[in-house]
Design a protein around this ligand. Sequence first.
Ligand code: TRP
Ligand code: SF4
Length: 370
Amino acid sequence: MNLPQPQYLRKVSHASHFFYNCMDQADDMNDTNIGTKRHRVVSGARTTGPLHLGNYHGALKNWVNLQSKYQCFFFAADWHALTTEYERPEYIQQYTHEMVLDWLGVGLDPKQCTVFIQSHVPEHAELQVLLAMVTPLSWLERVPTYKELRSKLKEKHLATYGFLGYPVLQSADILIYKPAFVPVGEDQVSHIELTREIARHFNFLYEARSKGPVFPEPQSLLTTASKMPGLDGQKMSKSYHNTIGLREDPKSVEHKIKTMPTDPARVRRVDPGEPEKCPVWRFHQVYSTKEVQDWVQVGCRSAGIGCLQCKQPVIESVLEEQAVIIKRAEPYQKDPSLTHDILREGALVAREEARKTLGEVKEIMGLAKV
Ligand code: TRP
Ligand code: SF4
């Protein structure tokens, strides 16, 4: 059989995704019906560690925006966490719970969107089994994240079936809700492309057994690269150990920022510096007003201000941002039953939608009804 090539190997650029900041334009194009929430959005996040400010500025803020415009399904991908953490599963439950608290803290509103845990909707797994039947092995072996992570994380023994199947599970997560859009970062684009390929392949294979295409091809909604720097000036990322937690203790946040590296040229207080060479300046670009930024530029280059002085407004802004998140999460933190109720209800809503698609797929794939 001649299998089609996945699109991400065929073409480099095509119109399969929007940039998130183009969404207003998309609305104007009448492609989406604001108000009626006609279109669906699905996204998930792996529960492999506490969320940090980079996650907030890079993804979560967008999710919060999307919830009022689309019918949104957001889930904690605990199965996906297991694909790499199966040898140390003891933290997954805690990370999952903490992540949901973070989501509620940043303003995801269970009244506006459906929040749930992936493994609470076993239909995702069942669809994965079925999609796996039609997915060529070669498509999976060529997924860039598979090749990269496998060699990067050698000590983790990722030569597993589960890890190879990661993007099939992700495809099932998505396709089961037939969404129009999947908000993701750049690193996930190849997975969304594969999802589209699987959808197309499925539709083609079973054309004769279904009334029209079963799966619409979802588009990735690219969240523009987060400008959030880490404490060392690199991108903020768990693997660089340069993060500030979303609800981290204020004392610890203050300590981290106070001990952040600055322009190495400023050895003594009287030595002038260059903001462009300093990670603290990157924080000012995210957090400070024009006035404060000017004060930094002038003060740094003339040695008019000291680095600790320069960091003070950053400390205040970060703490202020976090205070809102911490406060919003507080009731849920105090009473875990609130979160459990939200997740139970979320799973119910999600399952109802998931079952519809699964029923359709089972029928098409010739599985017997009870
Ligand atoms: N793979 C995604 C990540 O690492 C997480 C994820 C799992 C996901 N299932 C998904 C994202 C479905 C979007 C849609 O970030
Ligand atoms: Fe960095 Fe501010 Fe110090 Fe300049 S004054 S080196 S911008 S911390």
